[in-house]
Write a protein that binds this ligand. Structure first.
Ligand SMILES: Nc1ncnc2c1ncn2[C@@H]1O[C@H](COP(=O)(O)OP(=O)(O)OP(=O)(O)O)[C@@H](O)[C@H]1O
Length: 476
């Protein structure tokens, strides 16, 4: 193979000794000391940026940490490491900077980002994570930031719905999944959603539920931490993500993570009562819920993905389409499934769970076969299941092996409808529908049932728009 064309090569001083630096057209930066190539960086992967400090050029790089090496307060796959050298003249310095800048600019990395920091997410450490872990890396990469702390629930959604987002190359959420979902919904409710929704969205894990970023990083073997997430955003690689439209009449919610009804929704939402327990609250409340297990009447209907046609029973169903209303935002995918066979599963149900990406939280591999943009949702249904088996299933979720249980139906669907009913043992008590970690609908006599939710505890349907959203992602 012919050697790559040299873009710039210069005699320089490295640590006071004569050496050379060379940048080649295939994006390799090389330092030559004592006549031998000594250090070597792939600019796309290893170089964040550079600064001029008087007569020196400081290259800001990252190196992969070796396994087992201590990773500081917040952990991470990369450490920052600078390489400093001194060109022999002002001209040589300017020429080198110009060439390296030109190469970095050709990589299509983001230059200006809108950053939301949720000071109340997770362990309330988002500000610290941002200041200590995220900002220094973005500064190294010379990315301009407009930082906005979220002041209340739905603040991020309100802002992206109304502000000028065209000046940004992406939106970053230093938060859990909640703020990401707000940003998606805010963008899709804009009249210019078709243009602005192309903006890549990035997530830096700083919440309780960090399922999306865990799914993105774990897919390539990276740790779920601010360091690895920030480097992925700086490198500017993106991937597309399915967006599910949950509709009830003309009311819509755009989901990127999951929908839960039954056991999982009850644990997720009702365990709020035990927030003071910290992360143990979910496990504690799960055991309580399994001991006094609820079963729900109802029906789920779905259009199976190819290969999953044997699940459930055939039924006749048509997606209900409301007459178009004069609203300006996104209205969901234009689906035409009339000719395809719908299937149904009738209750009673212990749990119904729809998932868009593999991880529901950092320690929950809910849908191990889920793909980011296959146009399908993974459906996990539990009906009759002995309590002991259910307890064991809950512990298996961390490894994703629960889906192999004979008590679990695990399949992929293209469209879905839920007809939620009341508790089998208490016909005047209903359930909660949870979408992306928030209450979508509360039935009669449920936890905090006096609070108004977006939808009523009634039939709803879900359609998927393949790859509609764009996320900053590590290269895969
Ligand atoms: N300043 C604030 N005060 C209260 N809530 C806020 C504030 N800013 C954002 N929120 C809300 O906090 C919720 C949780 O956000 P986030 O995505 O950071 O964390 P999470 O992991 O999803 O949830 P949590 O950590 O609360 O369990 C979102 O619904 C968001 O609207």
């Amino acid at each position: 193979m012919a050697p790559a064309e040299v873009i710039v090569v210069d005699l320089v001083l490295i640590d006071g000794e004569l050496g050379m630096v060379k940048l080649t057209a295939n994006g390799v930066l090389e330092a030559i000391e004592y006549g031998e190539p000594s250090r070597y960086w792939t600019v796309k992967k290893d170089v964040l940026g550079f600064v001029v400090e008087g007569k020196y050029i400081r290259i800001k790089t990252v190196v992969e940490r070796e396994e087992g090496i201590c990773c500081g307060e917040f952990g991470g796959d990369y450490s920052r490491k600078d390489f400093v050298f001194e060109p022999f003249s002002e001209d040589a310095k300017n020429r080198f900077c110009f060439k390296l800048r030109h190469y970095l600019d050709s990589l299509g990395r983001p230059k200006r980002l809108l950053v939301f920091v949720n000071p109340f997410g997770g362990k309330k450490s988002a500000i610290k994570i941002f200041e200590k872990e995220v900002k220094p890396l973005f500064e190294d990469a010379d990315i301009q930031l407009d930082v906005q702390e979220t002041k209340y629930q739905l603040h991020a959604k309100e802002m992206v719905r109304s502000m000028d987002v065209s000046k940004y190359d992406g939106i970053v959420c230093v938060s859990g999944d909640g703020v990401l979902v707000e940003v998606v919904n805010g963008l899709l409710q804009r009249s210019d959603w078709q243009t602005v929704f192309k903006l890549p969205i990035g997530v830096i894990p700083a919440g309780t539920g960090n399922g999306m970023i865990k799914s993105l990083l774990d897919a390539v073997g990276l740790q779920c931490c601010a360091n690895s997430a920030t480097i992925s955003i700086i490198r500017g690689h993106t991937r597309s993500l399915d967006v599910a439209t949950i509709s009830q009449g003309n009311t819509k919610f755009f989901s990127v993570l999951m929908l839960a009804w039954g056991l999982v929704a009850d644990i997720d939402i009702e365990s709020e009562k035990f927030r003071w327990m910290g992360s143990a609250r979910m496990d504690f409340y799960a055991i309580q819920r399994i001991i006094s297990l609820r079963q729900y009447n109802g029906r789920v209907l779905f259009l199976p993905a190819p290969g999953f046609e044997s699940y459930g029973q055939p039924t006749s169903y048509r997606l209900h389409k409301e007459p178009p209303v004069k609203v300006l935002g996104y209205q969901g995918p234009d689906t035409k499934f009339e000719d395809v066979e719908w299937r149904e599963i009738k209750g009673p149900f212990v749990s119904v769970w729809l998932h868009n990406v593999p991880w529901g939280a950092e320690n929950n591999l809910v849908a191990p076969a889920a793909k980011f943009s296959d146009g399908f949702l993974d459906l996990i249904v539990v009906k009759n299941c002995p309590k002991l088996a259910l307890l064991s299933l809950m512990t298996q979720i961390s490894e994703g092996t629960h889906v192999q249980s004979p008590y679990v139906a695990y399949l992929k669907v293209k469209a879905f409808a839920l007809e939620p009913g009341a508790l089998v043992d208490e016909p005047d008590k209903e359930g909660i529908i949870d979408a992306d970690g928030e209450v979508l609908a509360r039935g009669r006599r449920t936890y905090k049932c006096e609070q108004i939710a977006l939808m009523s505890y009634d039939k709803l349907q879900i359609t998927v728009d393949q790859g509609l959203a764009t996320l900053f992602s590590p290269e895969y």
